[in-house]
Design a protein around this ligand. Structure first.
Ligand code: FMN
Length: 173
C-alpha cells in the first residue's frame, strides 16, 4: 500500500545556503535558500530558485549579481531568521549581526561568518512557477584558508525540510 505524501519532503535534505544580494552599504540583503544547485561545470554555473515576491529577487534582477555563502551549522538560527523575514522590513545584517565584507568581483557583500563563497553573475533568468530561476556564472570562489587547504572538512547545516515554508499538504503536522 502507498499513501499520498507531501512530495517536497522527499526531495530533502537539501543544503541550506545564505544568498547575499544588493550592494554593500546600499540595499544589501541576506536570504536563506535551499533550491540551489550546480548546473554546469564548464562554464561554472549555479542555479538558484528565488520566490518572485522576495526582496532578493528584486535586488538580483536590479544588479545581476549574487553570492552563494555556505553557512556552518552554528549559524542555523540565523539562517532561519533570514528565511522568515524580508529585507523589505528589516536590515538582516544588522538584526543577525552577520558581517558584510567587500567581495572580489561583484558589488554584493559576502558573509564573513560563512565558510565558503561563490560570487555569481546572472547569465540567465527564467520564470519557473512561483520562482525566478537565476543561473549564475561563478566568477570567484573562495573559502576559509584551512578549508581551502584541505586541513578541515566542511561541516554543513543539517538541511532539514523547512515545513513551515514548503509544506503544501498536511500543514497541521
Ligand atoms: C531553510 C530555508 C530555506 C529556504 N529556501 C528558499 C529557496 O530556496 N527559495 C526561496 O524562494 N525561498 C526560500 N526560503 C524562504 C526565503 O528565505 C524567505 O521567503 C525570505 O524571507 C526572503 O527574504 P527577502 O524578502 O529578504 O528576499 C527558505 C527559507 C528557509 C528557512
Amino acid at each position: 500500500m502507498k499513501s499520498d505524501v507531501e512530495y517536497l519532503e522527499f526531495m530533502w535534505p537539501l543544503r541550506h545556503f545564505l544568498i547575499t544580494c544588493g550592494q554593500i552599504g546600499r540595499k544589501s540583503n541576506i536570504m536563506a535558500v535551499s533550491f540551489c544547485m550546480p548546473v554546469s561545470k564548464e562554464p561554472p554555473l549555479i542555479a538558484c530558485a528565488i520566490a518572485k515576491e522576495a526582496y532578493s529577487c528584486e535586488l538580483i534582477k536590479e544588479t545581476g549579481e549574487f553570492i552563494v555563502n555556505v553557512p556552518p551549522p552554528e549559524l542555523e538560527p540565523r539562517i532561519y531568521y533570514c528565511g522568515f523575514h524580508s529585507g523589505r522590513d528589516v536590515d538582516k545584517f544588522a538584526e543577525t549581526g552577520l558581517t558584510p565584507r567587500p567581495a572580489r568581483r561583484v558589488k554584493v557583500p559576502f558573509i564573513d561568518e560563512c565558510l565558503a563563497h561563490m560570487e555569481c553573475r546572472v547569465k540567465q533568468a527564467m520564470e519557473t512557477g512561483d520562482k525566478m530561476l537565476f543561473v549564475g556564472e561563478v566568477v570567484e570562489a573562495y573559502a576559509d584558508e584551512d578549508l581551502a587547504r584541505g586541513e578541515r572538512n566542511v561541516e554543513f547545516t543539517p538541511g532539514g525540510f523547512p515545513r513551515k515554508i514548503y509544506a503544501t499538504r498536511f500543514k497541521e503536522r
